[in-house]
Structure formats: C-alpha cells, structure tokens
Design a binder for this molecule. Structure first.
Ligand SMILES: Cc1cc2nc3c(=O)[nH]c(=O)nc-3n(C[C@H](O)[C@H](O)[C@H](O)COP(=O)(O)OP(=O)(O)OC[C@H]3O[C@@H](n4cnc5c(N)ncnc54)[C@H](O)[C@@H]3O)c2cc1C
Length: 415
C-alpha cells in the first residue's frame, strides 16, 4: 500500500533541534510532520546538562515548568578533575524572564527531555511518524518528498511525506543516504562518545566537573532521579590501546555488545582521575553504557536546496563545553521563526535560510571555536597536566570558560 501525506514542513529527527523547530512552526500555524527512527523514551549518549541560557526558551516553548519539575539540582559550581587535581569555581548564572533573575543550568536525562519536547510538539498538532526512518529525499518541482520506513516493517508498504520545506534534524553521528547526512570517518584521532548513568554517587549535587584524561575528555553531573550522568569522548586509537586489541574498534562502537570497550573506558576514567573514582566509589550503574560516534565538530551549511539544517546537523561544538543541547534547541527555534515570518515561495524560503545562517553564525561560531581550542588543549600531549596547573593557580578561569562557551548568552527576540 502507498501512503502519501502533504505538509508545510517535514522534520527528520526528534532530538531537541527537531522538536524545537516542529513545535515553533506548529504554533505559528504550519502543518508539520516529524519523523523519528527510535521509539521514545530512549537514552542517548549525552551529558544531559542544559545551560541556564535556555530557560527563557524552554518557557517560551511551554515546557519550562515540566523541565523544572523533572531536572536535577541547579549547577552552581564548575569543576576540573584530572589526576590528583580537583578544582572548582562558581558557575555564572544567566539572566532570564521579566524581572530578570539569575538561573542556573540543570541536567535532565535525554529519555525524559526528548520525550517532553516531542509530547509538546504532539500537543501543538505536529503529526509524528515514529519509529520510522527517513531513507530518501526526492525533489518534485517546488515540493520535496521524504520516503520513510517503519522500523521492523518488512511489508511492501511505502509512506511518502511531501512538503516544500525539509528540516534535517537527524544529528551528525550517523551516516546514511540522505543528502544532509555526513560520511562516516575512520581515523585514529576520531572521538568516540560514551555515556552511562550511575546511582548512589557522592558527587556534590551542585558541581559539574570537566574531566581531562589521556586521549580524551568528559564530564559528570547529577541529573534527574538521583542519576549521575557520566559521559566522555575518547580517541579511537586510545580506545583500541586500552582494549589491548588494535583491530576491534575498526568500525567504531555500537549501541550494544561493546561491554569491553565500556569497561576499558570506565577503568581509564577511574585510573586517570581521583575525582571520578571518589565520586563513583560505591555507586551502581543504572542501565547500559551507550556509545556513539565519531562526533563531527565543525560548522556546516545551514541550508541547501530547501533542506534546512538544525542542531548537530548544522554545526557541532566539542561536547567539552556541554552546549550541544543549547545549540540544538536554539537553532530549531531560530530557523522556525525565520521560516514562519517569510513570504511563501522559494525566494522567501531562501531569504529565510540566509537570515537563519547569519543568525546561527553570530550566536554559535564563537562557541564552536572556543570548544575546539579547549578540546585540543585537553587531548594534546601533556595538555591535561597543563590545564590542571593553570586552574590550580587561577580557578576563575573555569568561570571565564563557562562565559566564553556561551553558558550565559540567551537568544534574543523571544516574544
Ligand atoms: C559524550 C557527549 C556528551 C555530551 N554532553 C552534553 C551536555 O551535557 N550538554 C549539552 O548541551 N550537549 C551535550 N552533548 C551534545 C548533545 O548531545 C548534542 O549536541 C545534541 O544531542 C544534538 O541534538 P540534535 O537534536 O541536533 O540531534 P540528536 O540529539 O542527535 O537527535 C537526532 C535525532 O534524529 C534521529 N534520526 C537520525 N537519523 C534519522 C533518520 N534517518 N530518520 C529519522 N530519525 C533519525 C535520531 O534517532 C535522534 O533522535 C554531548 C555529546 C557527547 C558526544
């Protein structure tokens, strides 16, 4: 059976970027479809920290109260753990709401956050195709067709979603046949992402330490339900060395069946940082280790041929600054606002794309460059020791780093 359905916009991916764009467009009267390959709730490789700079936007998207009710404690201190070094400094607050008050970031499991956002999109009238994968995009005059496949559906059924606007919100870590997807790499310096939750950790509830260790970096933060979220990125060649098997990580880690990679990562984290081993002493893992990547930091085109990109698909900062969710939520909103205000027709959409790209670069480029510089320092030879020495002498550099990485910079223009 063939099913054809027509919308004003089709959004591929229901991470924070896709749901933010879908929700905003639907509230502006657009007929929107969103395609998500995974069933929710689902866990995801991510540190799960949401900066305070997003609070006003979360309120605008009408999920601020749910976020406050579910998220972990306010993070008022930023830290640095490496070797024997455990240093901390104040986290800067971000102003939000009238009258402007200080807000602090908090962490919320991606199983909860992404489901909340998608539920809000559903309530705003977005049609959701889930679990369904977008497998091809064809141009068809002024319209485009997105072909989707239901997961586990081996029948000959075909569903095609048509719209003049396609939004690529599928992230950047998975290769695929769509023109907006990025080719996979297999280089020794690729960074692979790992993440797990633990309960019963002794990490101070208001502290988020950056972890620097040989071959990578990471972070820890207390999220919802007393879950500690620990996540990191590690070089492919370092992971192979830690596993004692140089061939085993050739294709990169997968979601399942990589317990030995995860064990090697955990052992390395604990051995490289007193702060990590102290925090995890007596803690119990809650759920499996997840793996993803390689990550693809950098700035990409925000639109091409009526395919608009948001979130990681548009550009990605090294997760060392924990700003990817901010960039995803905010870029989804920015694009939707430009598109909703544009005259209909191709010329209007292209003008909206140009304005969106300019706004994206103004808001996020600095974050991408700052994160690349910090990541290079952390991963480079002797870098972690050098950073440790610097923050011991000048702990305020951690507060400064949080400012530079955009943690206090809200988007403007929310009405
Ligand atoms: C180790 C690590 C730690 C991190 N920690 C933090 C942190 O603490 N704070 C922070 O702000 N950021 C953090 N990040 C970054 C953050 O996770 C990402 O930037 C963010 O998830 C990007 O959101 P997105 O919506 O663009 O994409 P994603 O969250 O990747 O969502 C994309 C969605 O698209 C779906 N999809 C993909 N392909 C298809 C398809 N073909 N059809 C249908 N659906 C599809 C996927 O299933 C997914 O649900 C971290 C990243 C890593 C690697």
């Amino acid at each position: 059976m063939r099913r054809l359905s027509t919308h004003d916009a089709v959004i591929i991916g229901a991470g924070p970027a896709g749901s933010s764009a879908a929700l905003t467009l639907a509230r502006r009267g657009w007929a929107v479809a969103i395609v998500e390959k995974s069933a929710f709730p689902r866990r995801k490789v991510c540190g799960e920290y949401v900066s305070a700079s997003n609070i006003a936007l979360l309120d605008h998207l009408e999920i601020g109260d749910a976020w406050r009710a579910n998220a972990g404690p306010e993070i008022r201190r930023v830290g640095f753990f490496s070797g024997e070094t455990c240093v901390e400094a104040p986290m800067p607050g971000a102003k939000y709401g009238p009258p402007a008050k200080d807000g602090f970031g908090r962490a919320l499991g991606r199983d909860v956050l992404d489901a909340l956002l998608l539920q809000a999109a559903r309530s705003a009238g977005v049609e959701i195709f889930q679990p369904c994968r977008a497998v091809a995009i064809d141009r068809d005059g002024d319209m485009q067709s997105v072909h989707i496949q239901a997961r586990d559906d081996n029948s000959a059924d075909e569903t095609t979603l048509r719209a003049p606007v396609i939004v690529a919100a599928h992230g950047s870590w998975e290769p695929g046949p769509l023109p907006s997807q990025i080719e996979k790499t297999n280089r020794p310096w690729d960074l692979l992402g790992f993440k797990a939750h633990f309960t019963g950790s002794s990490l101070a509830p208001d502290l988020m330490p950056l972890l620097a260790f040989p071959g990578g970096y990471g972070g820890m933060v207390l999220a919802d339900h007393g879950r500690l979220s620990i996540s990191c990125c590690i070089r492919r060649d370092m992971l192979a060395r830690l596993r004692g098997n140089h061939g085993s990580s050739r294709d990169g880690p997968k979601q399942d069946g990589q317990a030995s990679a995860a064990d090697a990562v955990l052992r390395h984290l604990m051995a490289s940082s007193r702060g990590v081993s102290d925090a995890l002493d007596g803690a119990r893992r809650d759920g499996p280790w997840l793996a993803a990547g390689p990550i693809r930091p950098g700035i990409r085109a925000c639109y091409e041929e009526d395919i608009f990109r948001v979130g990681n698909a548009a550009g990605e900062s090294h997760p060392i600054i924990a700003e990817g969710i901010s960039m995803a939520l905010q870029s989804g909103w920015l694009l939707a606002t430009e598109l909703a205000g544009a005259p209909s027709g191709r010329a209007g959409r292209e003008a909206a794309g140009r304005r969106y790209q300019a706004a994206w670069r103004k808001l996020f480029s600095m974050r991408v460059y700052a994160a690349a510089a910090i990541a290079r320092m952390a991963i480079g030879p002797g870098g972690a020791a050098l950073m440790g020495a610097a923050v011991r002498i000048f702990p305020q550099s951690l507060t400064l780093g949080a400012h530079i990485s955009g943690k206090t910079r809200p988007i403007t223009g929310l009405t």
